[in-house]
Design a protein around this ligand. Structure first.
Ligand SMILES: NC(=O)c1ccc[n+]([C@@H]2O[C@H](COP(=O)([O-])OP(=O)(O)OC[C@H]3O[C@@H](n4cnc5c(N)ncnc54)[C@H](O)[C@@H]3O)[C@@H](O)[C@H]2O)c1
Length: 269
């Protein structure tokens, strides 16, 4: 098979003609992901419950020449997803990429957490993504295929002190693999990204920030644009044979932060 390497390079950064929905994109990582996808040429629908921030971001990006709109979408509301998909259908007629990025955290331990608080986290982080996968994938199939990217966390590889959040992020990995199996033959790829510490409004005030950075082998938090670059790779045709996978992006934390600490404390490294 002859390969056009210039075409391969182009495919890595080019989303021209594609349409993407990014949830939870009014701020934080979602906002940077939406901006990068739009800069790569995609029409991007920014969705969030934060109407003022989302509308302002869409207005700025659109004013700078990118094709971006905002819609208020609570990911737990099926009816609002339907409105979003109808809007995309009227706008570009196709959906190629969905980034299930919206997420919340509750830092209570099990002993202190109410069942309602537990359910709230699962509802936004897991059920919200499930509704997105369920409703968006048929529209992607109409476009000949697509890419769904679920933003999980590196806390989905161990036990963690945020049990409701941790359980929800493990569940997202399970949803990702199950959906990847269900939709593989229809051309819809489904992958998960599992970031480590990225400083955003989700954790800016957390007392865990300092110790987490200290434990991270690369000795720093990640940047939202570093996660966005992975989102772009998975959204683009450069990842055409990639589905059902977790991508950890955490400066080496999951790879062995605990053993690194032991090695440091015993003077091995
Ligand atoms: N910051 C980190 O260290 C980190 C690490 C791993 C994973 N993550 C995940 O990355 C994603 C983005 O988080 P972030 O760090 O940018 O935090 P963030 O709080 O800045 O962004 C989350 C966004 O989701 C939106 N949102 C919350 N509930 C929603 C709902 N019901 N419907 C629609 N939107 C809703 C919020 O309004 C907000 O804009 C989340 O899924 C989070 O769990 C974050």
């Amino acid at each position: 098979m002859s390969v056009d390497f210039n075409e391969l390079l182009g495919a890595m950064n080019d989303l021209t003609g594609k349409t993407a929905i990014v949830t939870g994109a009014a701020r934080g990582q979602g906002a940077v992901e939406a901006e990068l996808l739009a800069t790569a040429g995609a029409s991007v629908l920014i969705c969030d419950v934060l109407e003022e921030d989302g509308a302002a971001l869409a207005e700025r990006l659109d004013g700078e020449g990118r094709d971006v709109r905002f819609l208020k979408l609570d990911v737990t509301e099926e009816a609002e997803w339907t409105v979003a998909l109808d809007m995309v259908r009227d706008w570009t007629g196709r959906l190629d990429v969905l980034v299930n990025n919206a997420g919340i955290i509750n830092r209570k331990i099990i002993a202190d957490m109410t069942i309602a608080e537990w359910r709230k986290v699962q509802d936004v982080n897991v059920t919200g993504a499930f509704i997105g996968v369920k409703l968006a994938s048929p529209m992607m199939q109409e476009a000949g295929g697509g890419s769904i990217i679920n933003i999980s966390s590196n806390s989905a590889f161990s036990g963690h002190y945020d049990p409701a959040y941790t359980a929800s992020k493990w569940a997202l990995r399970g949803l990702t693999r199950s959906a990847a199996m269900e939709y593989a033959e229809q051309g819809v790829r489904v992958n998960a990204i599992c970031p480590g510490l990225i400083v955003t409004d989700l954790n800016r005030e957390s007392p865990h920030l300092g110790p987490m950075i200290g434990m991270t082998p690369m000795n720093r938090p990640g940047e939202a644009h570093e996660v966005a670059q992975l989102v772009l790779y998975l959204a683009s045709d450069a990842s055409s044979f990639v589905t059902g996978e977790d991508f950890v992006i955490d400066g080496g934390f999951t790879a062995g932060a605990a053993y690194r600490r032991v090695a440091r404390e015993t003077g091995i490294i």
